[in-house]
Design a protein around this ligand. Structure first.
Ligand code: ZN
Length: 69
């Protein structure tokens, strides 16, 4: 390992912690840099990805209700 891979999100230069198929980002607000063949996400963008995909699947919602209490 050496020098992490950069995040593929447009305008972001943080180090990626996760790599996904770009298809999985469709439906989220994350935009990849032109020509990215995979979606490498930094910690913040991965968090955002998880949050947004969670909102799409409202099924999981109940589990997080306790948050707002
Ligand atoms: Zn990023």
């Amino acid at each position: 390992m050496g020098g992490g891979e950069p995040c593929s999100v447009e305008g972001c230069s943080s180090e990626a912690i996760r790599s996904l198929s770009p298809k999985r980002l469709s439906g989220t607000s994350l935009r990849l840099k032109t020509g990215s063949r995979k979606a490498a996400l930094c910690k913040e963008h991965y968090k955002q990805f998880k949050k947004e995909t969670k909102e799409q699947r409202k099924i999981e919602r109940d589990r997080f209700r306790t948050w707002s209490k």
